[in-house]
Design a protein around this ligand. Structure first.
Ligand SMILES: [Zn+2]
Ligand SMILES: [Zn+2]
Length: 144
């Protein structure tokens, strides 16, 4: 794990760094599982590079696969969509990210937090979080 602070911005070298950072985020319950979001449209390849739109104020997010442009709304974001802009890195201005979700609450998920790692400069950033009403863990993971 290589987490470093470059000019005040936390950066990570890879998905492990992103996952470790998400695991330490503060929320209503501790994060007990981190899921890396990947596109399901490529068989076993599961590419992780994506664009993401997220609204931290309303707890909605969707991601678009860089390879195939498949768009996935996170949980019920589609029903509550607020048209946030495409996320851009504060550090370098690029928009391609890897996204991980932290789940808290065990088998009955109470909280989901999304975070991104800029693939250009490694900047780590929180995107948004959602309170979930005790949904089964598998149901949540299937809808990320
Ligand atoms: Zn794809
Ligand atoms: Zn960046």
């Amino acid at each position: 794990m290589v987490l470093s602070t470059r000019a005040g911005a936390l950066t990570g070298e890879d998905l492990d760094d992103l996952a470790a950072w998400v695991r330490g985020l503060d929320g209503p319950v501790p994060v007990d599982e981190v899921v890396v979001l990947a596109c399901d449209a490529h068989g076993a390849a599961r590419p992780t590079w994506a664009y993401v739109e997220a609204d931290a104020a309303t707890g909605v997010a969707r991601r678009r696969c860089l390879s195939c442009a498949t768009t996935v709304h996170v949980l019920d974001s589609g029903a509550r969509w607020t048209w946030p802009p495409v996320w851009a890195c504060r550090g370098c201005g690029h928009s391609i990210v890897e996204v991980a979700a932290g789940l808290g609450g065990g088998e009955r998920v109470a909280w989901v937090v999304l975070a991104a790692r800029c693939v250009e400069c490694g900047h780590l950033a929180g995107l948004t979080d959602l309170l979930v009403d005790g949904l089964p863990r598998d149901e949540v993971v299937a809808a990320l």
